[in-house]
Design a protein around this ligand. Structure first.
Ligand code: ZN
Length: 335
């Protein structure tokens, strides 16, 4: 079964052809990152316009790379949400058109579920049940993947996502790669506070930490005391990683699962990967972390998730609409 998958939820226009769920025949990503860089963040209207320009050429390239024609496609998948509504609409319109013209079924995929399923593309032997830590620009959550279509949301952020905090601090410091900067600093130089640490829940909170870092920098600047941005980056990153690590390890204790799958854009952070690997090794728990190319937004992960939805007969109607706040599966039908 060949699925043509569209992903246009934010600033990457991506199309992939996936065979039988796990084989990537092509995964073309056209990034708009350099376009939005000068604005200091993604501008939704500009993102939508670029998706319109890029979506068809990217789909054609994906088919060419997969050595497939439109007639070889068995189903069309698309990210329905969450994401930027204008950006999502472009993918949804393109996918609906392709499905209608080809007379093939349409599959509407949740973007966050797609991120988790990137692990199945990276590790051919990975099967549920497993625990997944999803960390991206918009989301931070701990999910139990019971089987391919049954998820349980253990906890999520109560305010900012981890990625949001990273982006904000990067803007304040004026350097986009906190991960790189942190490597040159001392992670124990500054003690930043962490919320919800002692609470017996799996929820996260990063807005207090974000404010503490910004206040620290401003206070030093006001006093005209030099700031070591390397130390700030390293100490901030350590605090975020510790929060993610503690809750993930507590979730492993509770669920007794023996595999953790990292997912989302922040999963590419080398500090997080190293810390997770070290701690999982100690517990004899398998750690999965997709290659950076599969952590970023991409069509392949959408195609993979769609395959398992198709197995269950979970198809979308032609009246499908984008949903910028599409709930996670576990919240749609309580496990
Ligand atoms: Zn994403």
């Amino acid at each position: 079964m060949k699925i043509l998958a569209f992903e246009t939820s934010c600033d990457e226009t991506s199309c992939a052809v996936i065979e039988d769920g796990r084989k990537i025949l092509s995964n073309v990503i056209s990034t708009q990152v350099p376009i939005h860089k000068k604005f200091g963040g993604v501008v939704p209207e500009i993102a939508s316009r670029h998706h319109i320009e890029d979506v068809l050429p990217v789909a054609i390239e994906a088919l060419e790379e997969a050595r497939a024609g439109w007639e070889d496609i068995d189903a069309v998948a698309v990210t329905q949400g969450p994401g930027l509504v204008g950006a999502l609409l472009v993918g949804v319109a393109a996918a609906k058109t392709a499905a209608w013209v080809l007379g093939k079924p349409l599959i509407a995929v949740n973007h966050m579920e797609g991120h988790i399923f990137a692990n199945l593309l990276q590790y051919s032997d990975l099967e549920p049940p497993f625990l997944s830590l999803v960390v991206s620009g918009g989301h931070t959550m701990l999910v139990v993947v019971r089987d391919y279509n049954t998820f349980e949301l253990l906890g999520q952020t109560r305010d900012d996502a981890a990625g949001e905090a990273f982006d904000k601090i990067a803007r304040v410091i004026g350097y986009p790669y906190i991960d790189k900067l942190a490597k040159a600093g001392n992670p124990n130089a500054i003690e930043f506070p962490l919320a919800l640490r002692k609470e017996h829940s799996f929820d996260f909170s990063f807005s207090g930490l974000k404010s503490a870092v910004i206040n620290y920098i401003h206070a030093k600047e006001m006093k005209k005391v030099p700031v070591s941005y390397e130390d700030v980056a390293a100490s901030f990153q350590k605090a975020v990683i510790n929060a993610l690590l503690e809750k993930t390890m507590a979730a492993l204790d509770k669920t007794k699962l023996k595999t953790v799958a990292l997912a989302g854009g922040v999963a590419a952070n080398s500090g997080l990967r190293e810390a997770m690997e070290k701690n999982c090794l100690k517990r004899n728990v398998r750690i999965c972390s997709p290659a950076p190319g599969l952590c970023t937004d991409n069509g392949a992960m959408i195609g993979c998730r769609a395959y398992y939805m198709a197995q269950k007969g979970d198809f979308a109607p032609m009246t499908l609409n984008a949903d910028p706040r599409l709930p996670f599966l576990a919240e749609r039908g309580k496990v």
